[in-house]
Ligand binder design. Sequence first.
Ligand code: PCA
Length: 204
Amino acid sequence: MKKKLLLTGFEPFLNYDVNPTQKIVEAINGTEVGGFVIEGRVLPVDFKQSAIDLLDHYEQTASDAVIMLGLAAGRRQITPERVAININEGPHDNRGYSPENEPIVKDGPAAYFSTLPIHKMVKRLKDAGIPAAISNTAGTYLCNHVMYRMLHHLESTNSDIPAGFIHIPASHELALSKPELPSWPTVHLIEAVKVLIETLEESS
Ligand code: PCA
């Protein structure tokens, strides 16, 4: 049986009327990349619901690897995240909830490291001519939240499948309404995500 990869993006949020990660996920969903059948799903920007949906998609698809994507408006590179921390804090989500200094999992570990081959991913992207760098903070908003919850779930269930989070720059489509943002053509973002997935195949 073919291996499956759960690839998630997010819906639009705050005053970003387009989320390029939603477009990427919709474009690649159902295709085969790097030996994986892609199970693409879009998550709500909702502290109470996003991880419920994420873990549900993980169970339903019985995926062999998980790559979560999110928009990091203002970043100029593809940035695999190294670490997720046990804190929710940030501006209002799409339901109007705005947490402050709240643990994601009460008495959970302070942090989890990505189990994706992040150094290899950055090298492969750069070799392909795509700007990339490891990021040492996924923030404290929804992206950090789902990364922490996924890694916590895998740790709690003794699963060693690769999982982690990649932040993506703005697309040109988003920059139409936010011209101050550095932006990439969506096709280049899709290409970059395919390289990330191919790196996973080479590393497994
Ligand atoms: N980026 C946000 C949440 C949704 C998204 O695409 C973040 O970086 O937390």
